[in-house]
Design a protein around this ligand. Sequence first.
Ligand code: CO8
Length: 258
Amino acid sequence: MAYETLLTEVDNAVAIITLNRPDALNAFNNQLMDELTEALDRFDNEATIGCIVITGSKKAFAAGADIKEMREQSYLDAYYTDFITRNWERAARMRKPVIAAVSGYALGGGCELAMMCDFILAAENAKFGQPEITIGVSPGAGGTQRLTRFAGKSKAMEMCLTGRMMDAEEAERCGLVSRIVPTDELLDEAKSVARKIASMPRATAMMTKEMVNAAYETTLSQGVLFERRLFHSLFATDDQKEGMEAFVEKREPHFNNR
Ligand code: CO8
């Protein structure tokens, strides 16, 4: 499938989606959002894919929603068409693991998209921010909620109220990103981590993702119960037998994703 605003690549069990509107620093217009949703749907449902990487350019992961496309919208235009946000949570609903590989600006919707992924690998030059207030709106794709959960109320409040950007080191200190990678090595490192995840037993990886995500949606005791139920269910898989036998026999496991 050919896209105009994305590049896609499949490398064995890893799919790489590169946001590609360089003239607009990968700002999200309706076309990009529709194409991204289509690509995410496709790779989530493609049996051979075990992990997905979303990335942008060296200068920008994404500079947010397309302000030029957005500026003429009236409230009712936006409401009736569910403007730009109609597919917006697709990234957060992915069942397969998704890594955001962020270089340069991740602002507004760009920061929100990165936070919908399962974790963020940041290049040394990454900058995160929710600057919507400076153009008269607020975050509209979960920024006030996810940034607060990941970075804490004080930092989220300051960033959303001032539009200040944080650099990669601050983002790592506050737990927004899993780690920082030299800028020129970001994509190779993201692909290497994605290959590692894709080599794990598929159902185990997908269920583990569900368990970690449950920590953000439920109480501790409910979350622990959910984890235990899925943990028990993994004993029904071939891959549990193979993984444990391989350990005992001191050899590499050969998972069949059954
Ligand atoms: N929308 C449209 N065009 C943009 C955007 C944007 N968000 N960001 C940059 N561009 C364009 C510029 O207009 C410029 O185009 P041109 O060359 O035609 O003038 C080109 O990209 C390069 O940008 P700059 O010249 O500004 O590059 P700089 O290096 O000087 O500055 C910045 C880079 C700091 C990133 C700057 O471009 C900037 O501040 N961009 C806007 C950031 C912003 O405010 N983002 C929030 C947008 S609102 C939002 O995301 C709400 C989300 C709600 C949910 C929606 C879900 C999708």
